[in-house]
Ligand binder design. Structure first.
Ligand code: SF4
Length: 335
């Protein structure tokens, strides 16, 4: 935004790096803090995908409630170890879409950068929970090879920063990345897929807003909220700041059993998002990643839910129900 005063002052109440250092990493600690028995959790570091939950997110959970929809998303459970043949390591075909280290292209005109393996929260249903980040992220060269690949292909007009979570890059690293991309003449838009404005909203500083809006690229941030209770007062402030700075805000959710698979929750989510300046964009059917079968909502139930939403809400508040299938030219729109 012209005249934006860059500063490290967080919009929320805490410094994001400090908050991250204090995140819950042991299920027993989180459960004790919520007044719940440690026996609710499965093994602590299933497949090396340890638990990670910022305090601010845990504060949005209901103490003493084992079926809390926020808790269910992050608590390692024994069901993750069950074998389901249709649930695989790479459900969306990331490996086949790789053009080089950290650079993926699935759809025409867009390219995706795996900027970092880090996230601020570990969602148990994550489709990249088995992604080989050590070999397939941007290298120590700051992504020079991937950026050269984008610069060499004039058909690419939009770059998506993904991960992990691209907002886990610190401000200098992110600013350097944006500057390199803005110098590529055929790029028009910069999109970030990030759960941080929801789960660690103190990450949204004035500096960050400046970095995202002061280049010539049109900025779009696609947040990831699955339940209206995730959008607490600090997230509301963060989203307001991004929007005031000129960022287009969209949301993608994953349809998750026991979390948001009912019309009242999805209706409230769409309304809450819009109140904070965010348009509901996608409602994803679960990607069939190994360890997440217990979250799946069958397609007929998903179609019924979206039909109910369509009766209750204006069209612009009904997210598109989609499924990602490896090798297709776009996501499959189901409703
Ligand atoms: S924040 Fe996104 S990338 Fe990170 S674990 Fe959750 S779903 Fe996966």
């Amino acid at each position: 935004m012209p005249g934006w005063q860059g500063s490290d002052e967080p919009v929320g109440l805490t410094d994001w790096k400090n908050e991250l250092r204090q995140a819950f990493t042991r299920p027993a600690d989180l459960l004790a803090w919520l007044g719940l028995p440690a026996t609710l959790a499965g093994p602590e570091a299933m497949d090396g995908f340890r638990m990670l939950v910022p305090h601010g997110y845990a504060e949005l959970m209901e103490p003493g409630e084992p079926l809390d929809p926020l808790l269910i998303q992050v608590l390692p459970q024994a069901a993750e170890a069950e074998a389901h043949p249709a649930f695989v390591l790479d459900p969306v075909g990331d490996s086949a879409a790789a053009l080089g280290p950290g650079l993926l292209q699935k759809y025409q005109g867009r390219a995706l950068l795996i900027t970092t393996p880090a996230c601020a929260i570990h969602c148990r249903y994550c489709f990249r929970r088995h992604y080989p980040f050590a070999q397939a992220s941007l290298g120590a060269d700051g992504g020079a090879e991937a950026i050269a690949g984008i610069a060499a292909d004039p058909s690419i007009h939009e770059v998506i920063l993904s991960g992990g979570d691209p907002l886990m890059l610190d401000d200098p690293a992110l600013a350097a990345m944006v500057a390199k991309l803005a110098a590529i003449p055929h790029l028009e838009r910069l999109r970030l897929h990030s759960r941080l404005p929801v789960v660690l909203p103190s990450r949204v500083t004035a500096n960050l807003c400046g970095t995202l809006t002061q280049s010539r690229l049109q900025p779009v941030v696609v947040i990831h909220a699955n339940h209206p209770r995730e959008l607490g007062p600090v997230a509301a402030l963060a989203l307001g700041s991004l929007r005031a700075a000129g960022v287009t805000l969209l949301n993608q959710s994953v349809l998750l059993r026991g979390v948001n698979d009912d019309p009242d929750t999805l209706t409230a989510l769409s309304k809450t998002l819009f109140r904070h300046g965010v348009l509901p964009y996608y409602l994803h059917l679960l990607d069939r990643v190994q360890g997440a079968a217990h979250y799946e909502v069958p397609l007929p139930a998903a179609l019924t839910l979206v039909a109910l939403l369509r009766r209750r809400l204006p069209g612009y508040l009904v997210p598109r129900l989609v499924r990602e299938e490896p090798g297709t030219a776009s996501k499959i729109v189901l409703a």
